[in-house]
Design a protein around this ligand. Sequence first.
Ligand code: HPA
Length: 272
Amino acid sequence: MHEPPDPWKLARDDASTIRHRLGEPSVALVMGSGWTGVVADLGDPSGSMPMHDLSGVPEPTVAGHGGTASMVEVSGNRVLVLAGRSHLYEGHDAHTVTHAVRAAVLSGAGAVVLTNAAGSLRAATPVGTPVVITDQLNLTGASPLVGPAPPPELGARFADMTTLYDARLREVALAADPGAATGVYAGLLGGAFETPAEIRMLDTLGADLVGMSTVLEAIAARHLGARVFGLSLVTNLAAGLQASLDHSEVLAAGEASAQRLGGILQAVIAAV
Ligand code: HPA
């Protein structure tokens, strides 16, 4: 019978690969859709490798379009930049979509910075606004802590999520960009954008932002003891608050705001 690979062993093995190929990071930075312009501004990498060279990262679905992991020194910190994440809506499970973050933390990253593109439920937080994530709603129906119990030396089975997003790193970000907003991010399975009725439901539940990533990575990183910082870029108003939704606007909003986002990331990385 074919046994599924042990996600904890895979993550430890790939942590050694990261250390061996790129060196030991102090921070991991996951770049979301539309955020690629921000990476170039951070600095020249000392090394890089295809994400797919990590054995727990799935094959890219389009040849040549897999992600890249690179090491960049920013404000004296060694930052492992993970450009290209995998999502539940691609058919991957919760262990797979959190694998690169887990390997990064086990390779030495004590802090994880998660970025994403998100829809805004607040008309007062329009397209192009950076939003510092204060808390999250994991509405994916999945968890990276489902399955075989994690080895106790890595973290508890029922990880405490009371302080999921690090309060001090949030303060640093808001000091660096006082015009940035704050909000609760609702992470959904995705596949399609939401209906207006779903957005009204999310509003009732306390969400300010909606997206299809980040929540599982945040849980996985915090479980392993890393500090977590999350930054959304509003790329559209949520369904029902604007006429229609289109993925191309998600990518365009990122390019327009790259410099501002880069400033926040540099301040946070300098403070970890
Ligand atoms: N909904 C879900 N995910 C998203 C959105 C949205 O409106 N915008 C960018 N990612």
